[in-house]
Design a protein around this ligand. Sequence first.
Ligand code: CP
Ligand code: NVA
Length: 300
Amino acid sequence: MTKNFINFDDLSHKELQGIIDRAITLKKEHKSGKINDSLNNKTLAMIFDKSSTRTRVSFEAGMTQLGGQSLFLSEKDIQLGRGEPITDSAIVISSMVDAVMLRLSSHEDIVEFSKHSSKPVINALSDESHPCQILADLMTYQEEKGSIQGKKIAWVGDGCNVCQTYMQAASIFDFELSIATPVGYEPSDLFIQKYQKNVTLFNNPMDACREADIVVTDVWTSMGQESEKKQRETAFSGFQVNQLMMNHAKNDAVFMHCLPAYRGVEVSSEVIDGSQSVVWSEAENRLHVQKSLLLYLIEA
Ligand code: CP
Ligand code: NVA
C-alpha cells in the first residue's frame, strides 16, 4: 500500500526514528562526498500555492543529490489553479511521477489529493500542519543533544501549523510540550483534546519556558494571514523570545525557529544569532531528513 506523510502520525515512531537515523547517516555521507543515486530516474512533483525558500530548495536539491529530478509546479501555472479538480490532477500527475509533494493552504485538499494519487504524497505545509519541519527539528535535537524522550519543549507564540505538528510529535516521541500563546491564539480544540496527555497550555511565556530543553517559536503572522498583521503584533507583544525569556529555560537549552524569522518581532537577534541557536542546522537538516523520507516512501 502507498505510504503518505501528510500528518506526522501517518508513520509510526519506529518509522520516523528510522528516517531520522538514516538522515544523520546520509548527511555524513553527503559531506564526505559519497554519491547516492538510489532515486535515479525517479521524479518528484512539487505543487505550491504558497511561497517557500527552504522547502523548495531542500526537496529540489535532495532529489538531484539522489540522482532523480523534481518538477516545480506553481499552482498558478498548472490547470489546478484554473479550477481543474484536485481528483483529476492527482490521478494524472501521480501516473507520471514517483512521489508528489504539496504545499497547499487547505489541509483537506492535500488529503483529497492523496485519496486519488497512486504515488506517495508529502505534506510540505498546510494550514493545519508542517510535518517535514518537525522531522528536521527532531533530527537537529538528536544531533545536538541526543534523545528527546522525556525532555521539555516550550513553544512560544502562535498555536499555528508548526505548533500543532509539535503536539503530534510530543505524543509519538513522548516529550512534554508547554505551549504559551496569547488568549485566542491557541492551537485548534481538536488538537488540544487529542494530544492533551503531553501538552500544557500557558498564557505567560516565561512560565512555559521554565526549565525547558528547547525553546521554539515561529512567525506571528503565517502565510495567508497578512491582513491580521497589525492586530497580531499587538496581541503577541510580550511573546518575543529574547535573552530574558531564554534565561528561564535550562542553561544548555537550544533555540529553534523553522524560519523565515523576523528579528525584533518574534525573536531578538541576540537569541537567533546567539550561541544557543541551532536554526542553521535546523534549516540544513530539511535537506537530509527529506532525502531520507523520499527514500523511505519511494523505495517502499
Ligand atoms: N521552514 C520552511 O518551511 O521554510 P520555507 O517556507 O522557506 O519553505
Ligand atoms: N507558520 C508559518 C510557517 C512557515 C514555514 C506559515 O504557515 O507561514
